[in-house]
Write a protein that binds this ligand. Structure first.
Ligand code: G3P
Ligand code: MG
Length: 246
């Protein structure tokens, strides 16, 4: 069956890696995404107390590792021994909480590109520190590793854009604010990553008319997006890329 309504292969991003089948934001999850044939992964980054830039969603290690504590109270030495796989499935025991630099190195080996989501947590004292840490880590990427940046924080995107003007900046929204066009202009950005529940055909027609890309997160059921592809939806961020890689 060659008939397929959905995104192109370059527009399917594995959310936190292939997090439906491997522990989120671990090297195993990024390998699993590559095995499924994904070309892009989404991952979350934040700083530890010693300014190590790590790949983790929450502002503490409690949910996704064997350890406890807020990121701001931990150092690279503290996280080195944590197990980031057993919580998901004992067969992933021994997975580590990776740094962004470690993940960037793996992406090069796997031929993957990454949507780096910059998390803004309360313990992050300086935005400047955060964006420079991201810049330093992505500087180590392979020539064929694509990078885009996303964030719920427009200031993080604006600061990152000032450092890396050639990278795509994607504004994350639960639902579009009334002044969405002005927010994008100020960054500047031409991409929205939207909660799929807030999508509408009317919004997509408006974004398309304005040359703005829209990717939907986090959808794990292609049926719920079917009516949006023709209206201008660009891509999808999913825990299970195989569902969309028809
Ligand atoms: O990038 C889309 C999605 O990752 C945003 O939400 O909470 O899963 O990081 P969250
Ligand atoms: Mg994310």
């Amino acid at each position: 069956n060659n008939y397929h309504i959905g995104p192109s292969r370059d527009e399917v991003q594995a959310h936190r890696g292939a997090s439906a089948i491997a522990p989120e934001n671990t090297l195993a999850a990024f390998r699993a995404a590559a095995e499924q044939g994904a070309r892009w992964v989404e991952l979350d980054v934040a700083l530890l107390g010693d300014d190590t830039l790590v790949v983790i969603h929450d502002d503490s290690v409690d949910r996704t590792t064997s350890g406890r504590g807020s990121l701001g109270e931990l150092t690279a030495a503290d996280i080195a021994s944590l197990d980031a796989g057993t919580w998901f499935d004992p067969k992933f025991s021994g997975e580590r909480l990776p740094t962004l630099s470690q993940v960037i190195a793996l992406l090069g080996e796997l031929g993957l590109s990454a949507n780096v989501e910059i998390k803004q947590h309360k313990h992050h004292k300086s935005l400047d520190h955060l964006v420079h840490a991201v810049q330093a880590a992505i500087a180590g990427r392979s020539a064929d590793t694509g990078i885009m940046i996303s964030s719920f924080d427009p200031q993080a995107l604006a600061a990152m854009h000032a450092l890396e003007p050639d990278l795509e900046m994607a504004m994350l929204w639960w639902s579009p604010p009334a002044d969405w066009q002005d927010v994008l202009k100020a960054i500047p950005s031409r991409t929205i990553h939207m909660n799929y529940k807030a999508l509408s055909i009317a919004l997509l027609e408006e974004t398309s008319r304005n040359g703005v890309k829209v990717r939907a997160w986090t959808s794990n059921n292609p049926v719920e997006l079917v009516s949006f592809w023709g209206a201008g939806l660009t891509g999808v961020i999913t825990d299970n890329p195989s569902l969309f890689l028809g």
